[in-house]
Design a protein around this ligand. Sequence first.
Ligand SMILES: Nc1nc2c(ncn2[C@@H]2O[C@H](COP(=O)(O)OP(=O)(O)OP(=O)(O)O)[C@@H](O)[C@H]2O)c(=O)[nH]1
Ligand SMILES: [Mg+2]
Length: 206
Amino acid sequence: MTSPTFEFSAGAASGGPDDDIPLHTLKILIAGGFGVGKTTLVGAVSEVRPLRTEETLTDMSAGVDDLRGVESKTTTTVAMDFGRITFSGGVRLYLFGTPGQERFWFMWDQIASGAVGAVVLVDTRRLESGFSSIDFFERRDIPFVVVANRFDGALRHPDEELREALDVDADVPIVQCDVRGRTAARDVLVTLLEHAVDGVRSSDSR
Ligand SMILES: Nc1nc2c(ncn2[C@@H]2O[C@H](COP(=O)(O)OP(=O)(O)OP(=O)(O)O)[C@@H](O)[C@H]2O)c(=O)[nH]1
Ligand SMILES: [Mg+2]
């Protein structure tokens, strides 16, 4: 597989004293169900210390939080994650990680406001955890990529099998990786940007 190449407005940020000032700032959501790796992705890729809103999972969550597959998880995001990454060429992404638990989904609309794209993380051991997020972005026409996070012990499935199981359109990129790695997480964001730009181009040409 070739690694993605992303160039935004070639040359737009070159040749001036303000080279270090980003010319394009974009809001991106990192979404998905409970415990699929949203906070992990933001932390892996952020160039600044990420803002986190983790709270300890307590006995109170028994019967509320589905810990199947993520039994070792001790904390959960109760509001959002925030991080930042800047690409050469003057594109700066502000990353907003959503809370995964259903009881916090009322916040999603506000967090999503102004987002140009989303990463939907799924855990292939609990694929159903991705349905609500996919539905959320499809309804709002927000471009997204699906990322099957490589959890230990999870079976590997071909992309097309995942596409069918998740019922996502043929043009939606599917990436399988371990988002604990900075390069893998960064490549996911590049794939999303390319997908979002493709969408704008094809709607312009209509
Ligand atoms: N093996 C493996 N573990 C991962 C991967 N990504 C995340 N994890 C682990 O999975 C656990 C859950 O990750 P989080 O980043 O807290 O998940 P989250 O989606 O933010 O969870 P909530 O905010 O509670 O919904 C952590 O213990 C991570 O270390 C991965 O790609 N592979
Ligand atoms: Mg989290």
